[in-house]
Design a protein around this ligand. Structure first.
Ligand SMILES: [Zn+2]
Length: 220
């Protein structure tokens, strides 16, 4: 074989290698950013923003569906974030969607699993570090949301985390038949509920048991 031929072959090999590397890099990039993860996709969680939001490799954010954790300045804010971190940081995870894939802030929205067995959203409720947060009645007919409700009922029953806090209890709580939030009787938002739609509860456990979540204004 002559020298120029050999050279050409080496050149060709190098070119193929370069193209392959380039394609792999593009593939990795697309895998990390800019598209909705498919339910079968695995991705790595790089950072925990707070108790219910994480950042994935590549910078996309994901909001855990069906739960709400304490806001900055509230009790258990740090604990919720640290607990989430202990479950997901650096872990290969996957997402399960309910309806829409992203929320109005553009974050992915779903149930997160680590190693296919750890249902992260549920773990947070089981530890009493977050509230069940439903948007529609029909959600409770779906298995995942139901699991979340069961986890919260148990946490409330055993008074762990948020449910063991010493609060100012009211002698009754109210909610609208048309809403999934419940209030202290004096709440400004509750005063707008039409008389015919008012529901009354004797204690906080009752609405929680049903899957209603505490109002963000009066914070029962
Ligand atoms: Zn309220």
């Amino acid at each position: 074989m002559s020298n120029p031929q050999k050279k050409r072959r080496t050149y060709k090999k190098a070119l193929i290698m370069l193209v392959a590397i380039f394609l792999i890099l593009i593939f990795r990039l697309v895998e990390y950013i800019g598209y909705d993860k498919a339910p079968g996709d695995r991705f790595v969680i790089m950072r925990v923003i707070d108790g219910d939001t994480v950042e994935l490799a590549g910078g996309d954010r994901l909001r855990l569906l069906g739960i709400d954790t304490p806001e900055k300045g509230e009790l258990y804010y740090d604990s919720a974030a640290m607990f989430l971190e202990s479950l997901v940081l650096g872990q290969k995870s996957r997402i399960e969607y309910a309806d829409k894939r992203r929320d109005r802030y553009g974050r992915l929205l779903g149930f997160v699993y680590v190693e296919d067995t750890i249902f992260v959203n549920r773990r947070i409720l089981s530890a009493g570090l977050g509230y069940l947060y439903l948007v529609k009645d029909q959600e409770l007919s779906r298995p995942r949301f139901k699991e979340l409700l069961v986890a919260q009922r148990q946490a409330v029953g055993s008074k762990i985390g948020l449910w063991g806090i010493d609060r100012d209890y009211e002698d009754r709580y109210i909610a609208s038949k048309l809403s999934l939030r419940f209030h202290r009787p004096g709440c400004s938002s509750a005063s707008r509920i039409k008389q015919s739609n008012i529901r009354t509860f004797e204690n906080m456990q009752e609405p929680l048991y049903e899957g209603l979540s505490p109002c963000r204004i009066c914070r029962p």
